[in-house]
Design a binder for this molecule. Structure first.
Ligand code: SF4
Length: 121
């Protein structure tokens, strides 16, 4: 996630005022990142450009990133990390930001449903 590699994080940190990113980089979890399949890869595959990106270009870029992720031995660690810090950008653990948002919503849904049922009893 690449997102997980030093290369990506340093690229992302530049010019970012995102507090979540600051937390992520300040609490860098050394270990699994060193085994990332994206180490040394073009970070531009995993994050959108600063300019408007046409849909086809985004799909192509993300497809290439996800192919790398599919071979990654630390994909789950990467995805867990991105979900935990609510990473808002890029492909992490083989999922783009929208896919992670859906996953988070699905994970939270059972709790919300349980609370709703408890409130009704
Ligand atoms: S899952 Fe993808 S983005 Fe995350 S460390 Fe592996 S290759 Fe990089």
């Amino acid at each position: 996630m690449r997102l997980c590699t030093n290369n990506q994080v340093s690229v992302r940190k530049e010019g970012s005022a995102d507090p979540a990113l600051a937390v992520a980089t300040d609490t860098w979890e050394y270990g699994w990142q060193w085994r990332a399949a994206c180490r040394g890869e073009d970070a531009g595959l995993f994050f959108p450009p600063a300019h408007v990106e046409p849909k086809e270009a985004r799909l192509t870029r993300e497809r290439k990133a996800k192919i790398i992720c599919s071979t990654c031995p630390v994909r789950m660690e990467c995805l867990d990390y991105a979900l935990r810090i609510r990473e808002a950008h890029g492909v992490w653990g083989g999922l783009n930001e929208l896919e992670r948002r859906v996953l988070l919503r699905e994970r939270l849904q059972p709790d919300a449903e349980r609370l709703r049922l408890v409130g009704e009893s």
